[in-house]
Design a protein around this ligand. Structure first.
Ligand SMILES: [Zn+2]
Ligand SMILES: [Zn+2]
Length: 749
């Protein structure tokens, strides 16, 4: 008989909570190997014993096996003397006190579970908590690592004998499925009215469907938080939802059962369809088809529509065979975090939803839908949250001390570093809101406890008024590293693309516009756009006064002679605007392009009110159309400052000549691209730098992003932008972490 050998393998990466051990088990069995496999804080540890030729086949087979949702980053192997394993077994998790293991993100319901859920013969027919080793809740139910049932909110549900059998049978697809459950032993749904009183019904889901069909608004608890739903074919229900949630103009999103329904509303490319079906089931922003049969008020004034497939079983059970589409929005009040607890849902969403479809499983970590938009086959993130969090993003070549990055004040996502990676939080939101601050603090503690990190370094935004600044300063016994907002934006691109050394950074967001030169430790402004005086008007919604102030600065007293409708209509406000402009104490000076977009939206008659963040930027992009990259003349000063007033004068000429807003907007976007490229080219020549990084929330306007990429490439510069993290504030923490490490390295030199 041939001699045996034993080999120990430690698999690192995304290998827990994704059905990895059963796969290892079946491969070992197939090769006639004995040994064991277990989850440990270091990763998945396997030992295999057998004749050398079979042992050699093991790892290539594991690597070749396309495991859904699993991702092996590294395998450490050691050969050891054989110890005579009799069989191959999956052992209970090893708990060595160290906790470095990967925590899997939540995974959308898989095809097989979907099939079982709709099969009348299956014992889980219609069961809204069906899941298996490749799908189901993960991050949302985990309290501590490793990912074992006892350490999740499933611990209170004791498996029945059938579930227990599946859990222990290596040949079953629920073998070691930590959230395995059925109607006999697992969580249940029930229906409440908006006072929290139970609605008596034998079938809460069927009753919920009936309510939706009657035009009612429902709050529905999913794996990771509440959503608000209404019937997408019912304009009255949509109107009511808009009113109750105070969503005036913002486009709403849809949930459809399958790609077939989605394709009847929007155009879907292969990449987009791949994204829709991917395990995080993000909302994907897609182009509307012409003449679709949907109420107007779903997405007013937008060529795009956000669409998602069902994420968890309850979504399937609601939408399949019942609705062509449901309108879906986050279960929160505007700006507040998504709701996760039943009592809070009634309290906070009672004024929005008529009924609540809730369950008796606790959500530990809530997260909002992720949002993706595809640019030329590249899926870019608008929001990185459910299904992506807490996947690590590797940004260092060696382990770094633990860093906590506060993120930005608005649209907050914070981050921690662990080893060579950054781990970004779920979407937190606006830190000026009290409840969001509490969610922020709690999530920070939770993330640090899950990943067992105690920060030695705190990196934060240099903005004394912000909550994150105060929070950072309240942490003692750590090194504090302040970072400028735009620097963090540009560094997020450098981190993603592993760029070191000097770059030209173009940062465009609501805080300002800047063209910078620098690396991770130095960052100097070299250009941008004209500084404009902005009146501190009481209502930020009222952009017409901003526009009037900018027009006054463009034309001076001659503004009254500019013959366009907007000025004729608003001329009576000029006195008030001039008074504001004369009040030097309240005046804001800004070079942000947001007010330029606002002005163009006003003068073209597109809109004179901004009811949600970025409205004019989104609407001007949406309406733009034209050919041949036509643009306006533009001026760039010797200091590389792009003259905003000259651009406005050009646009006013077009308005006087009755050029349609579609073409004006198109030319405007192209002009921005060309002007930015020209300024960058000059800086590139002076500084001998070829790499340009683009970041900041304005780059979520794809027309602007594309124009910049195209024009920068035309002048032979290398262009980089955010792909793994959003270009808005959702990417700030990544940049902060990258900078903090570089700053400290510099200091210690
Ligand atoms: Zn499944
Ligand atoms: Zn059961």
């Amino acid at each position: 008989m041939e001699h045996k050998i034993r080999r120990k393998l430690i698999f690192k990466g995304k290998v827990q909570g994704v059905g990895f051990r059963p796969t290892i088990y079946s491969i070992a069995k197939k090769l006639g190997l004995t040994g064991m496999v277990l989850n440990s804080p270091d990763g998945v540890i396997a030992e295999i014993e057998g004749i050398p030729s079979q042992v050699e086949k093991f790892l290539p087979l594991v690597n070749s096996k396309q495991m859904q949702n699993a991702k092996i980053l590294r395998v450490e192997t050691t050969d050891l003397p054989p110890i005579g394993y009799m069989s191959f077994r999956i052992l209970p998790s090893a708990n060595t006190g160290k906790k470095t293991v990967h925590i899997p993100p939540d995974i959308g319901t898989c095809k097989e579970c979907e099939k079982e859920m709709f099969s009348t013969k299956d014992r889980r027919f219609g069961y809204p908590f069906i899941n298996c080793t490749v799908c189901g809740p993960r991050f949302s139910i985990i309290k501590d690592v490793p990912f074992d049932r006892a350490k999740t909110s499933m611990s209170v549900f004791h498996m029945c004998s059938l579930c227990e059998y599946e859990y222990s049978d290596p040949n079953n697809r629920r073998f070691h499925d930590e959230s395995n459950a059925c109607d006999d032993c697992g969580p249940h749904v029930f229906l409440l009215d908006n006072y929290g009183k139970r609605v008596e019904t034998l079938d809460p889901i069927l009753r919920a469907v009936q309510f939706l069909k009657e035009g009612k608004i429902l709050a529905v608890k999913g794996f990771t938080g509440y959503h608000i739903f209404c019937d997408a074919s019912n304009p009255k229900a949509i109107e009511e939802l808009r009113k109750r949630k105070n969503i005036i103009d913002r486009p709403l999103s849809l949930m459809c059962y399958s790609l077939k329904e989605i394709k009847s509303f929007v155009k879907v490319t292969d990449k987009e369809s791949e994204m829709l079906q991917s395990s995080p089931r993000p909302i994907v922003i897609l182009k509307k088809r012409k003449g679709i049969l949907l109420p107007e008020n779903i997405a007013l004034k937008s060529e795009n529509l956000g669409v998602m497939l069902p994420f968890c079983p309850i979504h399937y059970l609601l939408v399949k065979d019942n609705f062509l589409a449901l309108v879906v929005t986050s279960g929160n009040r505007t700006g507040e975090p998504i709701t996760k607890d039943n009592d809070k849902a009634i309290k906070y969403l009672g004024g929005i939803a008529d009924y609540f479809l809730v369950d008796d499983r606790k959500i530990i970590n809530r997260s909002d839908d992720s949002i993706i938009r595809v640019l030329k086959n590249k899926p870019l993130k608008i929001r990185r949250s459910r299904g992506f969090v807490p996947d690590p993003i590797r940004i260092f070549s060696e382990s770094v001390p633990s860093i906590f990055a506060t993120g930005a004040q608005k649209g907050n996502i914070f981050g921690i570093s662990k080893g060579k990676s950054a781990i970004l939080s779920q979407y937190i939101g606006d830190l000026s809101i009290h409840d969001t601050q509490a969610f922020y603090r709690k999530s920070i503690l939770q993330m640090q406890s899950l990943f067992k990190v105690k920060p030695e370094i705190v990196v934060f935004e240099q903005n004394e008024k912000s909550y994150s600044y105060k929070f950072a300063k309240s942490i003692h016994g750590v090194k504090h590293v302040p970072v400028l907002h735009h620097h963090a934006h540009i560094a997020s691109v450098m981190a993603e693309h592993n760029i070191s050394g000097n770059v030209i950074g173009v940062a465009l967001d609501s805080q300002g516009s800047g063209i910078y030169v620098g690396d991770l430790t130095n960052f100097v402004k070299k250009g941008g756009f004209t500084q404009i005086n902005l009146p501190s008007i009481s209502s930020p919604k009222d952009i017409s006064k901003i526009a009037l102030a900018i027009l006054f600065q463009t034309f001076g007293e001659e503004v009254t002679k500019v013959k366009i409708d907007f000025i004729k209509k608003r001329i009576n406000d000029l006195k008030e605007v001039k008074r504001y402009l004369a009040d030097k104490n309240s005046l804001k000076i800004s070079d942000s392009l947001v007010s330029l977009f606002d002005t163009i939206a006003c003068v073209t008659g597109l809109c004179e009110e901004s009811n949600y963040t970025g409205q004019t930027i989104i609407e001007l992009e949406s309406i733009a159309s034209g050919k041949g990259y036509k643009s306006y003349d533009f001026d760039v000063t010797n200091d590389n400052v792009i003259d905003t007033f000259a651009l406005i004068r050009e646009i006013i000429q077009d308005i006087k000549s009755s050029v349609p807003v579609e073409n004006i907007s198109y030319k405007f976007h192209n002009t921005l691209g060309k002007a930015i490229a020209k300024a960058c080219k000059t800086i590139s020549k002076e500084q001998k730098i070829k790499k340009v990084c683009l970041s900041g929330g304005l780059f979520q306007n794809f027309l602007l992003l594309e124009a910049c990429i195209r024009e920068l490439k035309k002048v032979r510069l290398e262009v980089y932008f955010n792909e793994k993290v959003p270009s808005n504030n959702g990417g700030i923490a990544l940049g902060q972490i990258k900078i903090a490490k570089a700053v400290l390295e510099n200091l210690s030199r």
